[in-house]
Design a protein. Structure first.
Length: 278
């Protein structure tokens, strides 16, 4: 159940958001505000779809700019919660011709018991409509935080029955005169969140000092897999001269000479003959 309390918009993106899909008559989002034209013979409004609920909810906003009467005899800016029944609505009406702020609960487009206040652009800058515990409250504020109650009324039956079927309509009308507009802002928020751009000439000399940063690694566990690659190495020797001096010794096992032919010549001086030739 979407309570009107949850409808929030500060209009700062200058694009009519999806919550205001029923807007009509040339309404725009301009300069961070909801702007509604006030042109002769034309109804124009910044309006939500019929999917909201006022019972147990509140809705407040700021009326920033009001239309001038010019030559018109019926010129108004209206902040109304409307039912699906034509002419049944509740809220505020600023009358530019009489400079009155009317607190009304309309049936068939009229409330014979409505209360009218002499409009003050300071004291009535913020307007709030709320339903709580079977009572409707009309409140005003100069700053959006300190509120003064201006009227109370037993909650009309249609408000408790019109669940998810009411709309918020911020509309203007004039019967004659010069075209101008009304502007609303800060629906259910005091935060403008605005970004302001300006030109500036910057001149400056500065020294940049960098502070050292120490890093510490504690209780680190390292795991690594690796492969060992071995490249083949060739050795080349060139121009080598090899000299070998060796003695050849022949040993015989025992005295077995059965397969040996021995020729013994005459001994010469300096020879020593040993067994078996003695």
């Amino acid at each position: 159940m979407p309570l009107l309390t949850t409808l929030v918009d500060n209009f700062n993106d200058n694009v009519i958001g999806p919550n205001w899909g029923n807007s009509y008559g040339g309404a725009t989002e301009t300069g961070g505000r909801a702007r509604v034209p006030c042109a002769a013979g034309v109804y124009a409004g910044y309006q939500t779809g019929r999917s909201w609920t006022l019972a147990g909810a509140s809705i407040y906003l700021k009326l920033v700019t009001v239309p001038a009467p010019s030559t018109g005899t019926d010129v108004s800016a209206n902040f109304l919660v409307t039912s699906a029944t034509a002419g049944t609505s509740i809220g505020f009406k600023y009358n530019a011709v009489t400079s009155k702020l009317r607190l009304q609960a309309n049936v068939a487009y009229y409330d014979g018991a409505a209360i009218e206040l002499t409009y003050s652009p300071t004291d009535h800058l913020w307007l709030r409509l709320r339903e709580d515990g079977g009572t409707i409250y009309w409140d005003t504020s100069p700053n959006g935080s300190t509120w003064t109650n201006r009227r109370t009324l037993a909650t009309p039956t249609w408000i408790t029955e019109a669940i998810d079927t009411v709309a918020l309509d911020l509309y203007c009308y004039r019967d004659a005169g010069t075209t101008d507009f009304a502007e609303w802002d800060n629906v259910n928020t005091a935060n403008d969140g605005a970004v302001h751009n300006g030109t500036a000439t910057l001149t400056g000399d500065s020294t940049l000092t960098a502070a050292g940063t120490r890093s510490a690694v504690i209780d680190a566990e390292l795991v690594a897999d690796s492969g060992l690659g071995v490249s083949e190495t060739q050795a080349h020797l060139d121009g080598a001269t090899l000299s070998v001096v060796s003695d050849l010794l022949v040993e015989t096992a025992g005295d077995d000479t059965g397969d040996v032919d021995v020729h013994v010549g005459t001994p010469r001086a300096g020879w020593t003959v040993t067994r078996p030739w003695r």
